[in-house]
Design a protein around this ligand. Structure first.
Ligand SMILES: [Zn+2]
Ligand SMILES: [Zn+2]
Length: 378
């Protein structure tokens, strides 16, 4: 309840009209209403937006708030802000949802546990086909001695005598507004309404203990670097034995020595001798599925791509696989012995290529003629 910028809470400008404020609240309320989303953090947000709406929807209160008069009700519990009787909290709730106002009073010790993220390093074969991993997780589990209650076995939390179990202290003060009632969390019990006089020794009253456990996780085929896998309820248990948060696995894919992954496709480059590229050959290619033979057609050019369909990575949550694309790099021999050189010269003579004209590749001539025209001033 520390957020007291009501405009920011509702996401409206300071000069927003009443209609805009109403619309903003309705939209948020539908999202955050406890019936829709029982998560404690969301409920807290719901209280905040409702408190903000209660003030900003009333022109008089809004004016006071704009003048800086918010200190009197900042920190008050929802529905307990400082404008005394006739406060419209319930009315608003009824109008929108047809239900009675949310319960005031002490807050529960049980809160939802935090989410946790752990990184899982996998190699390409594992991300491509999926795998199973046993992961050791440092986490918090419910204390078995007090079952999350936090009180030593055989004892019970006592009702707080300062707030009589209400969890909040109300105070009526006089101000220039007239009588103003303010509420704040009870300082003695911290708003819980009860006091644990004999904390559980196992967990020191927290209701949970830290532990290390091993979980077995199935990682589906097709995940990639940066993929997050959510394991609902596998995070740590909350204080007071509250429900556990979620555990997220962040996939880190190790680089492969041959293949580069782009989406579901794999790319690799093979070096091919000039003679093999000219005559054609059969290549033994390393794939994720083992060694396979690939036909290289006679006359294959450097830069050409040979596609092996369905030899890429399994698609995540879909059937089918990507492809393996083999980029051909034709190697020109750089060291020739006398006999090889003679053979090549003979070949060049037969093909009439002893003094090739050095033709431009298609698409270049236009560029060069434009360049020439530019020089000649045409
Ligand atoms: Zn305990
Ligand atoms: Zn108290």
């Amino acid at each position: 309840m520390a957020n007291s910028d009501y405009y920011a809470t509702l996401g409206v400008r300071r000069d927003a009209s009443q209609d805009e404020i109403k619309k903003a609240y309705r939209r948020l309320a539908r999202e955050l209403h406890p019936d829709v989303n029982p998560d404690p953090d969301t409920q807290e947000r719901f209280k905040e937006i409702t408190q903000a709406y209660e003030v900003l929807s009333d022109p008089n209160k809004r004016q006071m708030y704009d003048l800086g008069g918010d200190s009197s009700f900042a920190g008050a519990g929802a529905g307990a802000a400082g404008f005394g009787a006739g406060f419209p909290f319930s009315d608003i709730m009824d109008a929108f949802f047809g239900t009675a106002a949310g319960a005031r009073g002490p807050r529960s010790r049980a809160r939802r546990g935090r989410n946790a993220t752990i990184r899982v390093e996998l190699d390409l074969r594992e991300t491509a086909f999926g795998t199973t991993r046993e992961l050791v997780v440092d986490t918090a589990v419910v204390c078995e001695v007090c079952h999350g209650a936090g009180a030593s076995p055989g004892t019970h939390p006592d009702t707080c005598d300062m707030c009589n179990g209400r969890g909040e202290i109300s105070q009526v003060t006089r101000s220039f507004l007239g009588q103003v009632m303010t509420s704040r969390p009870c300082p003695q019990c911290g708003g819980f309404g009860t006091i644990i006089r004999h904390p559980c020794q196992e967990c020191s009253g927290d209701g949970r203990v830290r532990t290390r456990r091993t979980i077995k996780v199935r990682i589906p085929a097709g995940v990639e670097d940066g993929t997050h896998i959510q394991l609902a309820g596998e995070g740590e248990v909350g204080p007071g034995g509250g429900p556990p948060g979620d555990l997220f696995l962040e996939i880190v894919e190790r680089a492969h020595e041959i293949f580069e992954r782009r989406g579901d496709d794999l790319h690799c480059t093979v070096q091919l001798p000039m003679t093999a590229a000219a005559l054609g050959t059969v290549l033994a290619v390393e794939t994720l599925d083992g060694t396979e033979e690939v036909d290289v057609r006679p006359g294959t050019q450097s830069g050409q791509v040979i596609t092996m369909f369905g030899r890429g990575v399994q698609r995540l949550n879909e059937s089918g696989r990507g492809d393996l694309l083999i980029h051909v790099n034709v190697e020109t021999p750089s060291k020739l012995d006398t006999q090889q050189e003679d053979l090549l010269r003979e070949l060049a003579r037969l093909r009439g290529e002893e003094r090739p004209p050095g033709k431009f590749a298609p698409g270049q001539q236009g560029f060069f003629s434009r360049l020439r025209d530019a020089f000649n001033g045409r």
